[in-house]
Design a binder for this molecule. Sequence first.
Ligand code: MG
Length: 277
Amino acid sequence: MDAALRGHPYVKSGIDIACWDILGQVAGLPVCELLGGRYGEDVALYRAISQESPEEMAAKVAVYRAQGYRRFQLKVGGDPDTDIARIFAVAERLQPGDRLVADANTGWVQHEAVRIAKAVRDIDVYIEQPCLTYEECLAVRRQIPHPFVLDENIDDLGILLRAKADLAMDVVNLKISKLGGLTKIKQARDLCVSMGIGMTLEDFWGGDIATAAIAHLAQSTPPEFLFSTTVFNSYVTVSTADGAPQRVDGRMAASKLPGLGIQPRMEVLGKRVVEIS
Ligand SMILES: [Mg+2]
């Protein structure tokens, strides 16, 4: 696909995932077996907590823990003082074994990111993608004590290798369509395993089909490097495929059927917008 069209990883991702589904169906193997083998029975999920008041966000921890989640991704990147209050409020509700990430989604400027992280220096929290650029994130990383996650800046192998050389992160958030499909994210995933970097494996958003692809990728990753993953069909109200993984007690498992193990619901997806032969 790269030889035919430069860029456009989001478009290529869907086609690439479909090719892995076809390969699995032809081989009679689930995609996770093709991607490296199935580890364990299931994988742990994180739950994103959207920006609200500190108290409202803290209250969500108990709601989501009751659903089985133990990994919480706090959406910050707003007003710095409110974000400090959000992190303190949520951290107070954590229990042993819980894991907290404060994900700014590029929303802080560099000096604010350093100030916020230093204000919560004694809290057991990962800081994810505080600023817009790689260089700003690296500058913050070098001034703060927390474990550090890069996300938006890591979109190919070149920057992943540079980030490793710079010791710019402890964990990386890899999204299937950001890399351009399962083929490319598998390369990045395997490289992270070799380099000792933890991973959140997911996508930008999605429903049943994206969730199925994520589940196969996550469950074929050595568990010590799988920081967390996402079950996107828990966040949406429309089902786009039958047989997709479902959240059970904060965890999900890839299908044991060949391919992705799903049947797309064409009546929901609607008419094809492109045909490839
Ligand atoms: Mg992120």
